[in-house]
Design a protein around this ligand. Structure first.
Ligand code: 6PG
Length: 248
């Protein structure tokens, strides 16, 4: 990661998860319009887990769906569990049920991380797909990467003490996560850090203690991998509710 001055995170605290979802959805529409006006397309990497589902459902709702030029929107994934796409734990399945199956997004614009099968091979395949989409660039230039943060401070599938935290060349990694006894496929920190915008969505009391540690505690990215996310030139926004942000 270059030593260029990194952007200062913008922290947005809202009363509740509903207000977080509304504000995040508005921001995503705005970023999509600007990206499509400037470059004819909007590349969005979705977060997994449970928090963003509400935002995806909102984006698919009557209030928002008509505000996107879906044929110009390309959807990627920040990480995926090593399960089939119809598995209850699949991030793809969650996003498909909440959003992708409910909007006129061309199938070719949905870039699924293959969870089933050989994780190492699938990580390489996804990196190949990204390199093709980003036309041989040195790093992927997502217009927006959405991220969640786990209670342990992980983000995407960059878990504390795992090998992918050290990755500085690959865009995508098959990351062995001991505590789950499984591989996860994940964008690497440098791949995320070359995005134009990164948006963390963090809600709930489970994150109350960890959030201030990540945002203003000592720098310990091995223990708090969300601290690795410092866009080289892009913007970093944290959308949090009053529960998660109670100790900020
Ligand atoms: C995943 C996610 C992961 C998630 C955090 C927060 O695949 O689980 O990518 O990084 O964002 O674990 O999850 P919640 O939103 O469910 O708290």
């Amino acid at each position: 990661m270059s030593a260029s001055a990194e952007s200062t995170p913008s922290i947005h605290v809202f009363d509740d998860a509903g207000e977080v979802a509304q504000a995040a959805a508005e921001r995503i529409v705005d970023l999509a319009h600007k990206a499509i006006a400037a470059r004819g397309r909007f590349s969005l990497a979705l977060a997994g887990g449970s928090t963003p589902k509400r935002i995806y459902e909102l984006l698919a709702s009557e209030e928002f769906a008509g505000r996107f030029e879906w044929p110009q929107v390309h959807v990627f994934f920040g990480d995926e569990r090593c399960v089939p796409p119809d598995h209850a734990d699949s991030n793809y399945r969650m996003a498909s049920e909440a959003l992708l199956s409910r909007v006129p997004l061309p199938e070719v614009n949905i870039h699924r991380m293959i969870g089933e099968g050989d994780a190492v091979a699938n990580a390489r395949l996804y990196e190949d797909e990204l390199r093709e989409f980003f036309d041989g660039a040195n790093w992927p230039a997502f217009d927006l990467v959405m991220l969640g943060m786990g209670d342990d401070g992980h983000t995407a599938s960059l878990f504390p003490g795992t090998r992918a935290l050290q990755e500085q060349q690959a865009w995508v990694a098959a990351n062995w996560v001991e505590k789950f006894d499984t591989f996860r496929i994940t964008l690497t920190a440098p791949a995320i850090n070359h995005a134009a915008h990164v948006m963390f969505i963090v809600t709930g009391a489970g994150k109350t203690d960890r959030l201030p540690e990540v945002l203003s505690g000592a720098r310990e990215p091995e223990r708090l991998p969300s601290q690795l996310i410092r866009p080289v030139a892009g913007a970093l926004d944290w959308y949090v509710d009053s529960s998660a942000g109670a100790k900020l």
